[in-house]
Design a binder for this molecule. Sequence first.
Ligand SMILES: Nc1ncnc2c1ncn2[C@@H]1O[C@H](COP(=O)(O)OP(=O)(O)OP(=O)(O)O)[C@@H](O)[C@H]1O
Length: 839
Amino acid sequence: MADDGMLLNFFTSDAVVPTIPTFKGGRWKDRLTAKKAAQHWQKKVARGPNTPSRTNSSGANTTQITRRQNSVESDQSEAHNGTRSTKRPRVSGEFRPTSNGPFAQNGTKAHAGGNETYKAGPKQVISSLFTYNPTSITKTIPQNEPQNETPVEPSNAPLTSELDTFTSLGLSATLASHLLKKMELKAPTAIQKAAITQLVKEDSDAFIQAETGSGKTLAYLLPIVQRIMDISANIKKRKVEEGPDAIHRDSGLFAIILAPTRELSKQIALVLESLLRCAHWIVAGTVTGGESKKSEKARLRKGFNILVATPGRLADHLENTERLDVSNVRWLVLDEGDRLMELGFEQEIQKIVGNLNLRMRAKKDPKLIIPGLPARRTTILCSATMKMDVQRLGEISLKEAVHIHADPADQNEEDVDRETKDQAFFAPAQLKQSYATVPAKLRLVSLIAFLKRAFARKGSVMKAIVFISCADSVDFHFDVLTSQLDLSSTPAQVDEPSPPSDPEKQSESKSKSVRLPPQSNPTTLTVTHAPSPLLSPTTHTVTTYRLHGSLPQALRTSTLAHFTTSTTPSLLIATDVASRGLDLPNVDLVIEFDPAFAREDHLHRIGRTARAGRDGRACIFLMPGCEEGYVDVLKGDRKDGEAAGLYISRQDADEVLKKGLQPDPSTSQPAKGGSWSGSTAKSKTTRLDKISYADKATQLQLDIERWVLASPSRLESARRAYQSHIRAYATHVAAERKFFDIKELHLGHLAKAFALRERPSGMKVPGLRTGVGRAVGGKVDGKKDKGVGKGVSTRKETKAAGGGGAGEEAEEAAKMRKAVRAREKFMRGAGGAEEFNLG
Ligand SMILES: Nc1ncnc2c1ncn2[C@@H]1O[C@H](COP(=O)(O)OP(=O)(O)OP(=O)(O)O)[C@@H](O)[C@H]1O
């Protein structure tokens, strides 16, 4: 490549003028662009070496391209200022030195002069952020939001009546006093009241259904612990000589709690651990995937009275660990039943239930049976919904189950049809919901602006979660948010020197503000949290965390622990791995940057905030167009909807950008080490007003694009994120695909949200197929791609990938197929049938 640069300096006046080749194949647009560039080059060669652009030293042509690129970038901001209109996106980088031939596009052709060679590089489309964006269809709809919102009663808070105490529900004074003094829980929640009353007295199976954050974990743990304490007291009464604690770890395993994920199992185990501090002779433990089986076997040999497990690992131990005696198990809990089925644990659960039944029957010798131990096993199924697959799980595990609801009015559900039951899962009433209509191109900058505003005031938001559809996209956004890019390089900073009044100086200052991005590569997966300069105001630091299923288990656990215990402003960027059951304290805000694949997932996500009666906010990003139809789904999130005075507020991208990038100076924080007041503040306000938020957004976008382009691995990470995002988009449930229609997705605009300047059709990512547009049938440059309707990963393509020795690609395709199959299976069970056209 160095030689190429040198050769460029050897132009002579008698240089042979190249002829324009005939361009064949490809799209007419590409051919036309190549032809025009060839004509341009021909003119330049004909003009000779003294043209200014060729008097450079080595790499002259590259410099020329860079300059052109920069000029396009400044065009972009000018266009928005109204100084110049942008008719169409500019394309740059068509030709760059190579050793193959002149004007060669996707191929080579020898230059007539012999030595100069050029090859087409990836085209860079640097479109304006603010042009050609689709208009919102909900903007014109008048907002019937009341001016003075009436305070809403929390629906998942502890009960306030003096009569509702833990002891009144049948719990012992020891347990109730431990709850009050050590766990700071004064009164039960509605679901706890209903479940504890039933389960401390009766041995019938139960189906517990309640909204997120209502304390379901304690609703089933408390009666189990109480019953084991009662058995212990019973034995103690009979055999005083056995010592103070009649039940000990060798007495047998009495209860098993199954949870779908390792995180959830660990969380349940932690709650149990703190509960058992008042009954330390009852020993609890966990067996989950991802841990060493050998050490688990050793722990199982020592004995547990309560075991928290993931189904796969428990089924494995039941088969292979002789010392695991389950003949005394009298309580089996299936937590997050719908998720257990969705993740395909049906077979394992069937195996576990069969095994428990078999071993319980086998133990007939009355001498071996512990006195006070119930004669039958109680199975408790917890699920947010009662879809077909949950009913199937009920058939496998429950017998004549009692349906336990938080609201006694819901108890008589016999006459409620199935469809209503499916919809009987609501968000907490006190949760404040909003949606932001953000066009594809503006998504990245809008997310940053939204987060900047959320964390601007110390103490306003302590913890926030951003949900993203796939792991690659989580990694990309984590890298952007923890990069050294910060808005001090843009004119947005409040403590920046006043902008020069001279327009020439102004543009000079603008170009100076374009800092070269740091050259570091994407962070390795071992880094899961880092400060975020981009989001941190001058007064405090915001730490960003990431979490997804591709991270090693130990790292997932430690990241969650860090985020949970952090006392400083923190942001978690996560896939749905963090959406179910996780109880992360002090989460004030949930942002669904990518909408969930199904309504239930959405409710679980937003349920990470507004827990146990606390306040919370949730915002979902929707793109203008059919996605806005999802607002109707959001309206059904609350049990009584608008009738109860619950409204969903709306904002658009301009508002988000304005509030986030051009904060109201009266509320913004003074710069570090300084403050302003009176006239100083006033003059700063005037200066701030002069700088448009659109300029700041443009500048920020360009900074990120350059930052991505500066490193090949960062570029690859962005492309990977983009492609995975599109594939994930195709897996929305059939009922909601009218809102999230892959055919309506503008792939070119979406690329901008991943800071990419390439055309989607030509994008190459190792391990992923090229031509995303073709694969998913979205829009490319405003036109629908011909590959509409083709699956995300067809059999033929997978075979080709594997057959061609592209192991990584085959693995990726296999993973994708597995995910799609799991979802299809779930949908089939839920009556959604075969509408997944994912191949
Ligand atoms: N009686 C209570 N009083 C106050 N806080 C409670 C009470 N019971 C539980 N909590 C708290 O409520 C939070 C949510 O509890 P839990 O995780 O059990 O809810 P959940 O209903 O299982 O939610 P999800 O459906 O999201 O899994 C926890 O932080 C827990 O400590």
